[in-house]
Design a protein around this ligand. Structure first.
Ligand SMILES: [Zn+2]
Length: 242
């Protein structure tokens, strides 16, 4: 028998055993998944509200981010999909449900979307939005780093997790509105100077972009440590539209 077929059937067999022990369900509609489906059923995968902004320098997320950032070149920004309806379950599962497999899966999809765009081809460093160490310690992981590592892997550049630090513990952004969000994360981050070397294009990665205040606060901290010509773009799994 063809070796590839044997490998496939072994994987299917153990996949079926795992599904019986712990049924896998679609993150969006909750239906049981078929063996070939990963995290989403075929119907929900087909309806994923893709943002399709990766090749557009100006899109709703880039406009929101650029309105808040420290001036430099016009920064690029995009998300994989819109944070809408039950698709909100995807980032929630990664952040609160410790579904790191989903985080890696959608992180890889985000990376593939960025690598297909001419705007992100020259990214030479990926930086996840950091958690304060107390929150990181309690949660056990940083969901932004789980996503960022996959993005860096696809783009073929390093994922730098020690350059940016969250120096202030901020309230969770979820229940705050516009102005309070910006106030909440103002000066919450600090970048270590001298660690960026010859970097030309940094990509900040987070799970969700809501007001853009967190990403902008990170951009400001980094902007203070890098030469003027360095672009500091942003990418997230989901974007909260109007
Ligand atoms: Zn579904």
């Amino acid at each position: 028998m063809d070796a590839r077929l044997t490998r496939l059937s072994c994987r299917d067999f153990w996949g079926a055993v795992a599904s019986l022990a712990m049924p896998r369900t679609c993150l969006v509609c909750g239906r049981p998944l078929l063996l070939q489906e990963k995290h989403l059923c075929l119907a929900c995968r087909a309806d994923l509200p893709l943002m399709r902004g990766a090749s557009l320098p100006q899109n709703p997320m880039a406009d929101r981010y650029n309105a808040l950032v420290e001036k430099g070149p016009y920064e690029y920004a995009c998300a994989l999909f819109y944070y809408s309806g039950a698709y909100r379950n995807i980032p929630r599962a990664v952040k609160y449900g410790a579904d790191l497999k989903a985080g890696r899966h959608f992180g890889r999809m985000l990376g593939e979307t960025l690598s297909a765009s001419p705007l992100f081809q020259d990214v030479d460093m990926v930086i996840p939005v950091p958690l304060h160490w107390t929150r990181r310690w309690r949660r056990g992981y940083n969901q932004a780093a789980v996503i960022a590592r996959q993005v860096a892997l696809v783009l073929g550049c390093p994922c730098e997790e020690r350059l940016l630090r969250r120096i202030r513990r901020t309230r969770t952004q979820t229940r705050l509105r516009g102005e309070s969000k910006a106030e909440n994360v103002r000066q919450a981050f600090r970048a270590r100077a001298g660690k960026t070397g010859a970097v030309r294009h940094i990509l900040l990665v987070d799970d969700v972009c809501t007001s853009g205040a967190t990403l902008a606060s990170c951009q400001k901290a980094l902007r203070a440590c890098v030469p003027d010509g360095v672009r500091i773009s942003a990418a997230t799994l989901a974007f909260v539209g109007e």
